[in-house]
Structures are given as C-alpha cells and as structure tokens.
Design a protein around this ligand. Structure first.
Ligand SMILES: [Mn+2]
Length: 242
C-alpha cells in the first residue's frame, strides 16, 4: 500500500540562503522529518488563493492535512482589533488554511494543527484568540526566548484524542507561543491545559476520526507519538482514495 500523503501548510517568509535574500515558501524541516519518520509522504503546500476559493482540487490529493506553526494569524481573520505584539501576519496564508480546515473537517479528513495551526483550527471553527498571553498571565512562560523552545507541563483530559495521542494524561512539551485560544470554536472541545496556568493547550472535534490542535511542538520531540498517531489516521484512509 502507498504511504498516506500529508499536506503540510507552508509559510511564505523572507529568508537568507546561500547567496540569496528572498521570499521563500518554507517550513522548518522537522515537520517533514516527523511525517517521514511515521512513514507518511510529506507534501509542502504553498498558500494559493485559487485553492482558498475551491479547496476540493487540493484536498482530493491528500490523506491528511497538517496546519503547521508560524506567524500570528491576522486579527481581522477572527474579527479582533490590531494588537502591538501582532506583526508579520499573512492574510493569504490564513485564507488558504481556513479553507482547507473547513473542508477537511467536512470530509472528515485527518487534521492536525500545531501551535499556530491549533489557533487556526479554533479560528476556523469561529473561535477567537488571546492576542498576547503575557498580558493576561503576567508571564512569558510559554515563550521564554524567541527562537528557542522552552518546556512546560500539560495535562490531557482522560479519554480524549489528545491523551490517546500522547499516550498518557500528563507530559512535558516543547513550547514557543505568545498567543492562545480565547473563545473556543463551535464543535471544538478543549482537552489539554497547561499545568502551571491552566491555559488551553489542546482542542479537538470528538465526532471526527482525527481532528486535533496542539499548542505545543511535537515535531521537534522525537519521543512524541502525536504526529505518528495522526499519520496512522491518514493511513487508515488510504484505501478510500484511489
Ligand atoms: Mn504552552
């Protein structure tokens, strides 16, 4: 049987490589590595407004969608005013990913949102975000230093997909975010919380085969089972797409 095709939603960022300083469609390598380790085929997806209009043509090619980390979601996407800590947004990426998330959920295609991707899943379901967690927590605990993952504990609801995916009800996670979920989107259930300050760290749709958002970074944690469990859910769907 062929490997499940996992679409990884990429970012557009100004990057420097070799002799070039240019806009690039990119994603940290850890995402593709984690999918390939789980025996999935990692396919990087460039934001595309035509797909945002008609996501069927892309989703027909995929067995699972991974909404990756990256820049903050434009507050306009969820109807909030600008915030001084929110810069470098990419409305085209937001549109593309919201469209893919909606249709993936409608088709019950396995969907995993990581960090920004969890926030995107919540926004796509009609939820909102806290623009800057330190404003409400009084702490930088979830992103101590930009560009360096920090660690904190999360607890997962017994019986949830999040708990099943991590293989327990408590774990230490790699964290790098300054935003979090505000109002939880329709149909989503919060199933993961940070132990220290009780913010929502995981959301899921219980009626789906696999629809999970995690605010932490399993792709940089080789011990994590989250991406492997997601790729397995996509693999189970392979015979349905010929
Ligand atoms: Mn966190």
């Amino acid at each position: 049987m062929r490997r499940p095709v996992i679409g990884l939603c990429a970012a557009v960022e100004d990057v420097s490589y070799r002799v070039w300083n240019d806009a690039a469609v990119m994603l940290p390598r850890a995402y593709a590595d984690a999918v390939q380790r789980a025996d999935g085929l990692a396919l990087l997806l460039a934001p595309d407004d035509a797909v945002a209009e008609r996501p069927d043509e892309l989703l027909d090619l995929l067995d699972g969608v991974l909404l990756a980390g990256g820049s903050d979601i434009d507050p306009l996407t969820y109807g909030a005013p600008p915030h001084p800590s929110v810069t470098g947004t990419d409305p085209a990426r937001d549109r593309f990913e919201v469209a893919l998330a909606h249709l993936a959920l409608e088709r019950d295609l396995p969907l995993l949102g990581i960090c920004r991707g969890m926030q995107l899943l919540n926004v796509a379901a009609g939820g909102t975000l806290v623009p800057h967690l330190p404003d409400v927590l009084g702490s930088d605990r979830h992103r101590l230093e930009p560009g360096v993952f920090c660690a904190h504990e999360v607890r997962l609801e017994p019986g949830s997909l999040a708990a099943e995916a991590i293989g327990g009800q408590r774990t230490t996670v790699k964290s790098h975010h300054h935003q979090g979920a505000g109002e939880i989107g329709e149909g989503l259930v919060a199933t993961g919380f940070s132990v220290e300050d009780d913010i929502v760290e995981a959301v899921e749709l219980p009626e789906r085969r696999f629809a999970l958002g995690a605010l932490w970074h399993p792709e940089v944690d080789v011990r994590s089972r989250v991406i492997g469990r997601f790729v397995d859910a996509a693999r189970a769907r392979v015979p349905e797409r010929v």
